[in-house]
Design a protein around this ligand. Structure first.
Ligand SMILES: Cc1cc2nc3c(=O)[nH]c(=O)nc-3n(C[C@H](O)[C@H](O)[C@H](O)COP(=O)(O)O)c2cc1C
Length: 177
């Protein structure tokens, strides 16, 4: 059983959730191999050997990020004092590919490959989520969704995650396998 987790993250919160999901998968199936990769390092060929593909990203403007929203996120970080390192990381992510482009390059999968989608989000009423759009794209590439799209809550745009969300992500990961 090989699991590949691919995530996009401007400020590190989605990365933390992705890593917790990886831990959950590993706890549920210690013999499983798990790769947890940022989008910037995950060519779409990493998915070819996956029995389970998990994809996640931050919610921007009620859905998946765009080039514009990533530039806005990087600019917001630059305006904060003492956030120079985080601003540099956000700028690099903003200049790279987003999930929308990554999905355009993703080949259709072989029948029976499992998948799941998640996002991080503010969690306020009507704030939307990216996970539904990610799930739709996975289905469009012939993946079999094994869970409802899931959102994990941040306290503020650049975090931190709400208390308990890492435990919830571990449990969610464990139930995917
Ligand atoms: C430009 C921008 C737009 C955002 N729009 C939304 C939104 O519509 N709904 C929401 O719940 N959160 C929104 N957020 C908050 C993000 O979801 C939050 O920054 C993200 O979960 C943090 O994940 P990351 O640290 O992995 O980037 C937005 C953040 C940015 C920077």
């Amino acid at each position: 059983m090989h699991t590949v987790i691919v995530y996009e993250s401007m400020y590190g919160n989605t990365r933390e959730i992705a890593e917790a999901i990886a831990e959950g998968v590993h706890q549920a199936d210690p013999s499983a191999s798990v790769d947890c990769l940022p989008l910037t390092e995950a060519g779409t060929d990493v998915t070819r050997t996956a029995d389970l593909l998990v994809v996640g990203g931050p919610t921007h403007m009620r859905g998946m990020s765009s080039g514009l929203s990533r530039r806005m996120a990087a600019a917001a970080e630059r305006r904060k004092e003492g956030h120079e390192d985080a601003a540099k990381e956000a700028q690099e992510t903003a200049e790279g590919l987003g999930l929308r482009s990554w999905f355009q390059d993703l080949p259709r999968t072989k029948p029976g490959t499992h998948a799941a989608a998640f996002d991080t989000r503010a969690g306020t009423p009507h704030a939307g989520g990216a996970a539904r759009g990610i799930a739709n794209r996975l289905s469009g590439h012939s993946y079999d969704l094994v869970a409802e799209p899931e959102g994990f809550i941040v306290e503020d745009s650049d975090g931190p995650l709400r208390t308990g969300e890492l435990d919830r992500a571990r449990a969610w990961g464990a139930h995917l396998v």
